[in-house]
Each structure stands twice: as C-alpha cells, then as structure tokens.
Design a protein around this ligand. Structure first.
Ligand code: TIU
Length: 225
C-alpha cells in the first residue's frame, strides 16, 4: 500500500492527526436487519427511518477510502443458524413478540446467511474488504478483528455505522482499551433515539476526548485531499 502523509482533521475536542496508512474505516452493522422495515431493529419497536440518514454519508466515506486504497472493514451482528453462539440472556431480552431466530419478512431475525443479516446494498463489501461476523455488540468480542487490524499495521479507526449508543459505542470503547485512536464522523453514525445520538457523541469527546474524537464526513474527506 502507498504511504500517505499525516493529515489534520478538524474535530472535537481538538484536531485529529489522521495517518491514512494506519487508519481503517470500520463500518459497524449497516445491515438490512437494522436499517430496513421488517428486521430486528423494527422487531425491537424502533423506527428504522432514523438510521437511514447515515447511508449517504457512509457511501461517501467508503468511496473516499476505496479511491485511496486504504483499509476498509465491515461488521455484521448475527448468530449461527442453530443459535449456539447466542447467550440465553441475549435471546430472552425484551418483551416484544419477535426474538432473535424468529422468522420475519427478511428471514430469521439476526441469523447469519438470512437476507436481513446482509449489509445494505449501498454499502456492500468489495472483494478484499474484511467482514467481521460478531455475536455481540462490540466488534472485538469473540472475533478476529484485533488480529486483522494488527497484521495490517492499523493504529487508528474511523468508526461509522449503527447504532451510535449500542454497537458503535461498545466497539469504540473496546478499541480505545486496545490502544486504537478513534474518530467518529457524527453524520455517519445513527441511533433510533435522537437524545441518545447526542449523548453518545457527547460521551466520546467529553473529558478532552475520553474515548476519542468526533468530526463529520465532509471534514474527514476534505482533509484527505
Ligand atoms: N438495538 C440497537 O440499538 N442496536 C443493536 O441491537 N445492534 C447494533 O447496534 N448494531
């Protein structure tokens, strides 16, 4: 891979020194199950339209990373068809009519290989882009993500996807503890709850960047040049 000079991204709580060759774009769980009607997100009682505003900015970020030949990774939340990797406590959670593994209009909810488990077509992974299948909210738990990043010399993550306060936040916190510098473009992460979106972003940059930095897609793409 080409090496690129460090670029300075306008961010909060202060500017982020982005090292493109050491910085992966990590797109969290942009799956039909969370973003389209009839999936797991809606089964939990959520309005999926809140998440759909993240699609266009994620497309722009993905194009920017691909054009420069930089590292892109995707994650998907989901379980084996026999649900052997689904903790009973996760299965039992909530009081909705539908649960993980139940049939829905996009196949069995949150089960690997079902139509709803797929990444939305707008952000389909390209050949060579790592796709991490994860049974939990965090992308490091029970996956090879850390090893895949380490072997590519990745030290920084631009984390996008859904949902802000759930899988994005869990992954960001796991990444922070493993020594990655994390930058989150606010327009590329989404929550079903506007107040939790704001709180999730505030928590990242509070205390002078306790978990990382917050910026937006335009600032990151223009800094890359
Ligand atoms: N429910 C919710 O907000 N999120 C999840 O269940 N998974 C992810 O965030 N991907």
């Amino acid at each position: 891979m080409k090496t690129f000079p460090t670029v300075i991204v306008a961010a909060e709580p202060y500017e982020f020194a982005l090292r493109p060759s050491a910085c992966a774009l990590l797109i969290i769980d942009m799956q039909r199950d969370f973003l389209e009607p009839g999936g797991f997100g809606e089964a939990l009682g959520n309005d999926v339209s809140y998440l759909r505003r993240t699609i266009a900015p994620n497309e722009r970020m993905l194009a920017a990373w691909r054009q420069r030949g930089l590292t892109v990774m995707h994650t998907r939340e989901g379980h084996q068809p026999d649900l052997s990797d689904l903790p009973p406590a996760k299965l039992a959670r909530g009081r909705g009519a539908l649960r993980i593994g139940d049939p829905g209009p996009m196949g069995r909810l949150l089960v690997r290989g079902e139509p709803g488990h797929a990444i939305i077509p707008q952000l389909s992974p390209a050949v060579g882009e790592v796709v991490i299948d994860k049974p939990g909210k965090g992308a490091f738990w029970a996956t090879d993500l850390h090893a895949e990043l380490q072997r590519r010399g990745i030290r920084q993550l631009v984390i996008t996807g859904v949902t802000t306060e759930v899988c994005v936040h869990t992954t960001l916190r796991e990444a922070n503890d493993r020594g990655y510098e994390c930058l989150v473009p606010a327009d590329c992460v989404g929550s079903y709850y506007p107040d939790l979106q704001l709180a999730g972003l505030a928590m990242i940059k509070a205390q002078d960047g306790i978990f990382g930095w917050v910026s937006d897609s335009d600032k990151i793409i223009s800094a890359l040049g």
